[in-house]
Design a protein around this ligand. Structure first.
Ligand code: BES
Ligand code: ZN
Ligand code: ZN
Length: 460
């Protein structure tokens, strides 16, 4: 993977970052010919805009780039795609954090999903590593985010439960982790009944992926991800419009694997566990049905109000298993509800946790890392909306209100011993392209959670 970050060279093309307020003074410091060109172009140094500036004989002298007073991760991320091929160098002094951020934004701006193209038409500009940048972190983070995006972008025909499990095995073996995968009817003997029920109608067998890494004496952190490789809705089948994007319903699983790869490659001193139930929610004569009652791993019985509320079922068994060893911190990621999208839109994952300190720390890191999210309440009185007349709980809320909250409350039933638990309901997809974020699969909250873990547990 080429991140388009280069070692210093004497003939690098200068990138001049300029803020709106600093612009006039900066122009005054240019040669007269250049100042005239810049004036004639109408360029105003608006963040995200850039202008090629000619030098002697019409060659490219440099590029002026509009930036914010406090440039974020995306300040330079549009440039690798926009600028003519060449090696560029940012002409400003910045601290190590800002240097790392600029480099990561650049690297993320060079992502493209080319698996199904004969040859890529894209060419990208290169950036000289900014002074002081943490090269190792940039490389690890860019690779982790590209992994998440690739897994999500790959169509369900090539990313079924088996392929998702293979991807997990690759992440595990690259980092010296143990990875156990329970397949098909073994899910029944190993007691993951809800994973089996949701996945059994597909010709592609359901699986439980269970990865363990690190020193057993270190604090236990567990990541759980929804791995629904395609969500047709099951017998409560989705309409075409609702099904169109459902290859991304394993986005939570992709997030768990990508974040895990970053944690392991960075050798954070944790005992990490990753659980991803990988299934296809398909239609078939042996599909689970509305009205069925499932006995979960935890023993709680679940009445199926809607076969399209499948994510919470597969996660229920995973969470119950993960909870049994009482981890210090457990975070699950899931494209769980349309209701979360109605509430906060595609760009803001909804965060649910009873741990105020965790929420505050994540909000702080989210702001620094340009990895925004929004907290919604685990409002206990709404648990009544999940009451069932025949079982301990129903998997679909009555009345269809507060759907993201009732889904989170459903998951909470399976978490008891874990010291601190958070649930992230994410969209995992960029609706429209923005600098550094092409339309398609996206890692959401990866940087915020990683930064929190690095702060709490430190680098090894
Ligand atoms: N995978 C969907 C949720 C989803 C839909 C996420 C669209 C992102 C975009 C999930 O399995 C689902 O269908 N949930 C239902 C639950 C309902 C039946 C209680 C929903 O949100 O409508
Ligand atoms: Zn569904
Ligand atoms: Zn789903």
């Amino acid at each position: 993977m080429n991140l388009h970050l280069a070692d210093p060279t004497s003939d690098a093309i200068p990138l001049w970052p300029v803020t709106k307020t600093g612009f006039d003074t900066w122009v005054k410091g240019r040669e007269a010919v250049q100042a005239r060109w810049i004036g004639a172009s109408g360029f105003k140094a608006k963040p995200g805009k850039y202008l090629l500036v000619p030098g002697e004989g019409g060659r490219l002298a440099g590029v002026v780039v509009g930036i914010d007073e406090k440039p974020d991760l995306w300040a330079y991320a549009g440039l690798p795609r926009a600028l003519p091929a060449g090696i560029y160098q940012i002409q400003s002094k910045s601290d190590a954090v800002a240097a790392t951020r600029s480099a990561l934004g650049w690297a993320l701006g060079t992502y493209g999903f080319d698996r199904y193209r004969e040859k890529s038409e894209r060419s990208f500009a290169d950036l000289v590593w900014p002074d002081g940048a943490d090269r190792g972190h940039v490389e690890r983070a860019a690779r982790a985010i590209a992994l998440v995006r690739d897994l999500i972008n790959t169509p369900a025909s090539d990313m079924g439960p088996a392929e998702l499990a293979e991807a997990a095995q690759r992440v595990a073996s690259a980092n010296g982790a143990d990875c156990r995968v329970t397949v098909g009817d073994d899910l029944l003997t190993q007691s993951y009944p809800m994973v089996h029920a949701v996945g059994r109608a597909s010709s592609r067998k359901p699986r439980m992926i269970d990865m363990i890494w690190g020193n057993p004496a270190h604090p236990k952190v567990t990541l759980v991800g929804k791995g629904v490789c395609f969500d047709s809705g099951g017998l409560d089948i989705k309409p075409a419009s609702g099904m169109a994007l459902m290859k991304k319903d394993m986005g939570g699983g992709a997030m768990a694997l990508g974040l895990a790869s970053l944690i392991m490659a960075s050798k954070l001193p944790l005992r990490l566990r990753v659980m991803v139930p990988a299934v296809e929610n398909a239609v078939g004569s042996n599909a689970f049905r509305p009205g069925d009652v499932l006995r979960s791993r935890k023993g709680i019985t679940v009445e199926i109000g809607n076969t399209d509320a499948e994510g919470r079922l597969v996660l229920g068994d995973a969470l119950a298993d993960a909870d049994a060893e009482a981890p210090e911190l457990m975070i699950d990621f899931a494209t769980l509800t349309g209701a979360a999208r109605t509430a906060v839109g595609p760009d803001l994952p909804a965060l649910f946790t009873d741990d105020d300190q965790l929420a505050a720390d994540l909000a702080r890191h989210g702001a620094i890392e340009s990895d925004p999210h929004w907290r919604l309440p685990l409002y206990k009185p709404y648990r009544a909306m999940l009451d069932s007349k025949v079982a301990d709980i129903n998997n679909a809320g009555e009345g269809g209100m507060a759907g993201a909250i009732t889904a989170a409350l459903f998951l909470k039933e399976f978490v008891a011993k874990t010291k601190s638990w958070a649930h992230v309901d994410l969209y995992a997809w960029n609706q429209k392209a923005r600098p550094g974020r092409p339309a398609g699969g996206e890692a959401m909250m990866l940087r915020a959670v990683y930064a929190l873990l690095a702060e709490r547990y430190g680098r090894g």
